[in-house]
Design a protein around this ligand. Structure first.
Ligand code: FNR
Length: 379
């Protein structure tokens, strides 16, 4: 582990240890991947202002995220099928986040269920909701999230239809995953560590969904049901309905436009996440970091603005905070760690980003998260 110094190292090991179909599912983006690339490239245009001879001996990276103290301005983003990267991956990731003092978000499309995770972790976690056509099922999911004592609901709104990832089709990462294709079987045979980890895990199905639908026990029928359930008719009125069932904090994830940000404020959400789903949905959309300052200008004083898309380092977190984000979600960065080493790999990913953020703050002459704004940038 000592030889691992950056998120790219974790990515490389993930790629070696996890079957190609599952690695590509994480790593790739939709269509021509223009937005996926822009998420990374646009960060590199943002330069810091180096400051010297400031007393930076007492740096504090803690902050408040929707009213709760957090050790870092960082959140583990919802990632579907996390438990296919490593057995019981959701439980390992949640434990690592809680040990680091930051929130973890469980996806609707997780392998471990809400109940699996709640039974195996110490503190509340966040739940991410996809609103399915079957509103009875959605209501039941929200009730399960309440029973599991989830401390925030992250409503993802940028997936009414599904953006295509070419590589997933080519790999047979479809509905259901075609692991019995000869090419995939040969690949899996070279990944014994992954097989061992998956077999050691207790959950091997979409736990929030399987078993909660009559007659849908196997992966194929569950996935087919899910594919038919994304709802193109979803609209702002549905948010009012969700508000009426969910009594806790609501975070709207997938905002990329100033007008939508204003509507999220009107809908009474506590926070919004500027996000293009990690370049997995609308290809040709701007990078998240490009639209962040406009969203912050428009609504930053009315709602907590969170950010995700392309973060691979503490420097990137610093850039997003400097552009006005109050906290950042990471997706791939921690999944690379999970695929590489399980729970300790997630801890490693968080530590890498934390140390990079701490050093970047020091070299920019700031001691606290609250001090970070555009004065740290060389504009
Ligand atoms: C995602 N994302 C996602 N978002 C969500 O709301 N529900 C989900 O189930 C998923 N699933 C998912 C799977 C995988 C493999 C990835 C990479 C991403 C999007 C995720 O929450 C987040 O917005 C992005 O990952 C942020 O971009 P980076 O950090 O991966 O660049």
């Amino acid at each position: 582990m000592k030889q691992i110094t950056c998120i790219d190292d974790l990515r490389e090991i993930h790629q070696r240890r996890v079957p190609k179909m599952f690695f590509d599912y994480v790593d790739r983006g939709s269509y021509a991947e223009e937005t996926l690339r822009a998420n990374r490239d646009d960060f590199q245009d943002i330069k810091f202002r180096q400051r010297i001879l400031v007393d930076i001996s007492e740096r504090d990276l803690s902050t408040e995220i929707i009213g709760e103290r957090a050790a870092l301005p960082l959140i583990l983003a919802p990632v579907g099928s996390t438990g296919m990267q490593y057995g019981d991956g959701e439980i390992h990731a949640c434990r690592a986040a809680q040990a680091a003092g930051i929130p973890y978000t469980l996806s609707t499309m997780s392998i471990c269920s809400l109940e699996d995770v709640a039974a195996n972790v110490e503190q509340p976690f966040w739940f991410q909701l996809y609103v399915m056509r079957d509103r009875g099922f959605v209501k039941a999911l929200i009730e399960r999230a309440i029973a599991a004592k989830c401390s925030a609901l992250v409503l993802t709104v940028d997936l009414q239809v599904i953006g295509q990832r070419h590589q997933d089709i080519k790999n047979g990462m479809s509905v259901p995953p075609e692991i019995f294709r000869l090419k995939n079987l040969i690949d899996i045979a070279t990944k014994p560590r992954w097989v061992k980890g998956i077999l050691a895990g207790k959950s091997r199905n979409f736990g929030n969904i399987a078993g909660h639908l009559p007659g849908s026990k196997d992966l194929g029928s569950v996935s087919a049901w899910v594919a038919s359930q994304f709802d193109p008719s979803l609209n702002w009125k549905d948010i009012d309905w969700i508000r009426s069932i969910w009594p806790g904090k609501l975070i709207i994830k997938g905002i990329l436009d100033v007008e939508d940000a204003a509507l999220a404020v009107k809908a009474g959400a506590e926070a919004l996440v500027v996000s293009n789903h990690g370049g997995r949905q609308l290809d040709g959309a701007p990078s998240s970091i490009e639209v962040l300052p406009d969203v912050v200008d428009a609504v930053g004083d009315q709602i907590e603005v969170m950010f995700d898309g392309g973060i691979r380092s503490g420097q990137d977190v610093m850039r997003a905070l400097a552009m006005g984000a109050r906290s950042c979600m990471i997706g791939r960065a921690y999944i690379y760690g999970l695929g590489a080493f399980g729970g300790p790999g997630v801890t490693k990913a968080i530590d890498i980003i934390k140390n990079e953020l701490s050093t970047t703050m020091a070299l920019c002459g700031v001691n606290s998260i609250e001090e970070i704004d555009d004065h740290v940038l060389a504009l």
